[in-house]
Design a protein around this ligand. Structure first.
Ligand code: AMP
Ligand code: FES
Ligand code: ZN
Ligand code: ZN
Length: 315
């Protein structure tokens, strides 16, 4: 019977990248410590009003339970943001889970509704399936989420937004960027992006945390998480999911390789690449006033297109 590395009691979780067995209690501490270390190294204690973007999935729920109590104990003002994308049969379940987590931790919850901007992701999907929109639903949804996170954080006076992006997706995504030469996208995936006026600082404290760790963390702590997937998640995400599967196979033979890759990318490769890249110039969108590389911004452009198409379909 395997024994916990810390206390010698019966172990439940084997962590190959640390070659260690842990009981649930010490597994929880192990994950929390590793996330605190990332937070302290890359993000630090300079932020006083922190907004956790929580979708209800295992990653953002783990992040919330790992970091929010620590930040609260340091006197940081903490809130949760849930973006209601209006996805039928999905959003209401996700909101319930996020509400449950918010009340467990007694943290205020802000709900931002895409419907207030005149449409929902279900509308986007209908237009996409009718071939009236060419951009995939998830791609529009991702852009909308990034925009609303920043806008709400700015309007409500937060100085940091935290998301639950984990190692597995980030490793696969950055490798695809290397393969396809999208260097400017490659340098954007970081544990910390400092803010700049209306662009609020972003942190990804789980960037070195394996998805398996958040899966076991919510299990070990018996946290409420959303078990259903968004109906618009593509079955196959093309190259990204193939690379992810390849990384998982590599990981079996070389435990820790994904984390090593991410550390090298963040600490060595990105600083070298960034010196060669010109920062894209930001302008302020003439419609909504938010910072963007284009005018109107991506959010306002797609919104006016969707509202126009909806009027066409309905009228
Ligand atoms: P995803 O883009 O779905 O992989 O989500 C990445 C991260 O974005 C999650 O870990 C959350 O922190 C955040 N997020 C995703 N969807 C939502 C949502 N509906 N509301 C708030 N935050 C979200
Ligand atoms: Fe955005 Fe599924 S959550 S398309
Ligand atoms: Zn133990
Ligand atoms: Zn705009």
């Amino acid at each position: 019977m395997p024994r916990c590395r810390v206390c010698g009691r019966r172990a439940k979780y084997y962590v190959p990248w640390s070659n260690a067995w842990f009981c649930p209690e010490h597994f929880i501490r192990y994950v929390e410590r590793s996330v605190f270390r990332v937070y302290e190294k890359y993000i630090g204690g300079r932020h006083r009003r922190v907004l956790f973007a929580v979708s209800g999935g295992k990653d953002s729920v783990s992040l919330l339970h790992i970091l929010a109590p620590k930040l609260l104990s340091e006197g940081v003002d903490v809130s949760i943001l849930f973006i209601d994308l209006g996805i039928e049969g999905y959003t209401s379940k996700a909101l319930k889970i996020v509400e449950e987590n918010a009340s467990m931790l007694k943290i205020p919850l802000i709900v931002s509704r895409l419907r207030d901007y005149g449409y929902t992701i279900t509308d986007v999907a209908e237009l996409y399936f009718k071939k009236l929109l060419r951009r995939p639903v998830c791609s529009i949804c991702g852009m909308v989420k990034r925009y609303l996170m920043n806008r709400i954080a700015y309007e409500e006076g937060y100085d940091l937004v935290l998301t639950g992006h984990t190692l597995d997706d980030a490793a696969a995504f950055t490798l695809v960027n290397i393969l396809s030469g999208r260097i400017d996208e490659l340098v954007k995936i970081k544990p910390y992006n400092p803010g700049n006026h209306k662009l609020i600082a972003r942190g990804k404290p789980l960037l070195f945390t394996y998805e398996a760790e958040t899966k076991w963390y919510v299990e070990a702590r018996n946290l409420p998480v959303l078990r259903v997937k968004c109906p618009y998640t593509p079955v196959e995400e093309g190259l990204v999911s193939e690379i992810k599967a390849m990384l998982h196979r590599l990981e079996e033979r070389h435990p820790g390789i994904m984390r090593m890759y991410m550390r090298n990318l963040i600490d060595k490769l990105q600083p070298a690449i960034s010196r060669e890249i010109k920062e894209s110039r930001l302008v302020y969108c003439s419609v909504c006033g938010m910072p963007s590389s284009t005018d109107p911004c991506g959010f306002c452009r797609i919104r006016s297109r969707i509202l126009e198409l909806k009027r066409g379909v309905e009228g």
